[in-house]
Design a protein around this ligand. Structure first.
Ligand code: FES
Length: 112
């Protein structure tokens, strides 16, 4: 199945772009992680433990930041994210609410 928007109400959070799929999705906290969002969108991924241990889900993070919950056993190298246990950081409360910044991931299943 081709990547698509997740079922249900659209999110209102930061925009997540899966670069190789060309799919941009608004984050919703109903997803536990970026991997959970990718699964809901049928974006191809690689994963194994889903708990931040094995690094199988390691994916280039082209822009933006992530926060981890739970923290991975070992952090990924700079410019990479473990999408099984990460999500966009919460917005800052001060100032106007914005949908930016964008968070852009490459699909881990298509790493060169
Ligand atoms: S699937 Fe093992 S660290 Fe993400």
């Amino acid at each position: 199945m081709a990547p698509h928007q997740p079922p249900g109400e659209p999110g209102t959070g930061p925009l997540i772009t899966f670069a190789r799929s060309g799919l941009t999705v608004a984050w919703s906290p109903r997803h536990r992680s970026l991997l959970d969002l990718a699964d809901a969108c049928d974006v191809p991924t690689r994963w194994s433990c889903r708990t931040g241990v094995c690094h199988t889900c390691r994916t280039p993070l082209l822009s933006g930041d992530v926060e981890y919950a739970p923290d991975p056993l070992e952090p990924p190298p700079a410019g990479q994210a473990l999408i099984c246990c990460s999500r966009p950081p919460p917005r800052r409360r001060a100032g106007p609410v914005r949908r930016d910044p964008r968070h852009t991931c490459c699909q881990s299943g298509h790493r060169p």
